[in-house]
Design a protein around this ligand. Sequence first.
Ligand SMILES: [Zn+2]
Length: 253
Amino acid sequence: MKIYPIPAFGDNYLWLAVHEGHALAVDPGDAAPIAAMLERHALKLDAILVTHHHSDHIDGIGELAERYGARVFGPADERIALIDEHVTEGSRIELPQLGCSFRVLEVPGHTRSHIAWYGSDTLFCGDTLFAAGCGRLFEGSPEQMWHSLSRIASLPLHTQIYCAHEYTEGNLRFALAVEPDNQALIARIRRVAQLRAAGRPSVPFALADELATNPFLRVREPAIIRRASEHAGRALPGAVDVFAALREWKNSF
Ligand SMILES: [Zn+2]
């Protein structure tokens, strides 16, 4: 299975996974660029996976499903029409034509019904985890988001993470403000700058890189606790408090 980014709306990535003439789309917020790729390579679209209800993730579903007969899998949420099969925590879907299967993780926080898709050392996580950052808390509490991110953080280190936006350089600037002495972070900033200067995506990325550089996954690091506490002007006794303070700080960064 090879996975291609399809840029859309300025900073979104729609993902198309391809295997022997068959394809799977993840969060098709726009049908046109996906249809163009399917036509160009004579691919059959078998399935559509959805992570959450925001329009930049779902607005292409109707057209693609109708035109290609793809089966649509997603969370039960009245704001997402056209789902053929609702999934919940632990659901497993088999996609034999694509030679893969995926397991569902419920990861509320960005939205209340947000899910992630995990299989073949690959995670499609929508707007939950970003490279060096995380999604905004539109409908969830810091506790929920922290729990969701912790679940992602416990996947195998080599997991390749496919998030839905190219927010990496901005996220890295914030990460550096939080952790100016983190050498792994400084090295990553250089790598990402080279990729972006060459017009290449900074996504996917390995979970191991996130654990070394993403402040939102590193809230137990003493240096981060100290910085977050200084910035918030109060003691932050637990991981969730540090996470919440970082998220607040980033909102106005
Ligand atoms: Zn979203």
